[in-house]
Design a protein around this ligand. Structure first.
Ligand SMILES: O=C(O)CCC(=O)C(=O)O
Ligand SMILES: [Fe+2]
Length: 361
């Protein structure tokens, strides 16, 4: 059993945006949410200006190898991680009916009456539950969203008042979803390792059974002045690998590609997968995490569900030996134990790739 307090991160408690919007008709955005300094425009990847976001076929990936002579799915994955840090995953094997159930029940969670949701609200000095993350001061600008964030794996790190108290059948759904997504993450990371000739032991050492998995459900209410706010601040994910499910079909996610904000158009039943800062560190910068953000609209709510994967809390986050030694390169990033890395992460505001930059040597 891990020592208590290893996941005791915190974020200042803020009002629920969903409640604010549902309680009364608001026509202007309260000052704390005004972030009009950022350009909210975005292009679509079929605009011709930007190459299409890569699509990886999981079935093909599992039966292909890095050394295949033709352009194999592993090589395609490798290129996607080097050039985009971001791809859509199809044929991943999760039953679409089960995915629909997961989406529906995620929506139901945010539709619970406020008295019910309060039981799952963040408490002082904690970050898990409903609320916001990365809020460190009372005058900090806030995102136009509510989140539900919690630790899922290893199971002994779950907060007793959160996951175990969620309504059934959602709890069972999440348990199954967690296991399936974790096994996809493991396969993807193993295939990335194969492409980069990282020894399988080095991958297994970091992403073994103690792999740390957390979940973040995002609810972005409609906003009367969408250009004044941001749904989710530009950031890269400070984890190894994120598997993202778009819960409803409302557009809003944008990635930064060649200096432009590009809308992601999810394929039906696909996952959106992105390389996080921790994989950028482990690959010594060969794979890149990508900045992304969420814009909101005035018409319709938007929901998404991100599952984050990281090495075990007591494992080291550091450049793997193979990419450093084989390529005769120096390590470009510091080494840090995962729990210390996460403690550092949650003690700062979210700001682009600033935390990864702080890890550079
Ligand atoms: O809402 C989305 O599509 C993106 C969510 C996201 O980037 C995150 O939770 O880190
Ligand atoms: Fe993200």
């Amino acid at each position: 059993m891990e020592a208590k307090g290893e996941t005791q991160w915190s974020s200042i408690i803020v009002p629920s945006v969903q409640e604010m919007v549902e309680e009364k008709v608001i026509t202007t955005v309260p000052p704390r949410y005004v972030q009009s300094d950022q350009d909210k425009s975005g292009v679509t990847d079929d605009s011709g200006l930007i190459p299409d976001i890569p699509v990886i076929d999981m079935k093909r990936l599992c039966s292909s190898a890095a050394k295949d002579s033709d352009y194999s799915e592993v090589q395609k994955l490798d290129l996607a991680c080097k050039e985009f840090g971001f791809f859509q995953l199809v044929n991943h094997g999760i039953d679409p009916t089960f995915l629909d159930k997961t989406k529906l029940e995620t929506h139901d969670l945010f539709s619970l009456p406020m008295e019910e949701k309060k039981k799952f609200w963040q408490k002082p000095d904690e970050m898990e539950g409903f609320g916001q993350a990365f809020v460190l001061s009372e005058d900090q600008k806030l995102d136009w969203a509510d989140i539900f964030f919690f630790t899922m794996q290893p199971a002994q790190l779950r907060k007793p008042h959160l996951f175990p108290k969620l309504p059934l059948p959602f709890r069972d759904t999440l348990e199954m979803y967690s296991a399936q997504v974790k096994s996809i993450a493991k396969i993807l990371i193993a295939k990335m390792g194969e492409a980069l000739e990282i020894k399988p032991e080095e991958i297994e050492e970091r992403f073994g059974d103690d792999m740390f998995q957390s979940m973040r459900m995002n609810y972005y209410p409609p906003c009367p002045e969408p250009n004044q706010v941001i749904g989710l601040t530009p950031h890269s994910d400070a984890v190894a690998l994120t598997i993202l499910l778009q819960v409803n079909d409302v557009e809003g996610l944008q990635i930064k590609k060649d200096g432009k904000w590009v809308f992601v158009k999810p394929l039906p039943n696909a996952f959106i997968v992105n390389v996080g800062d921790v994989l950028e560190i482990i690959t010594n910068g060969i794979y890149k995490s990508i900045e992304h953000r969420v814009v909101v609209n005035s018409e319709k709510e938007r929901l998404s569900f991100a599952t984050f994967h990281n090495p075990g809390l007591n494992k080291e986050i550091s450049p793997a030996k193979s990419p450093v030694e084989k390529r005769k390169k120096r390590a470009k990033f510091k080494s840090l134990i995962t729990k210390d890395y996460l403690k550092g992460l949650f003690s700062r505001e979210l700001y682009g790739k600033a935390y990864l930059d702080a890890m550079r040597i």
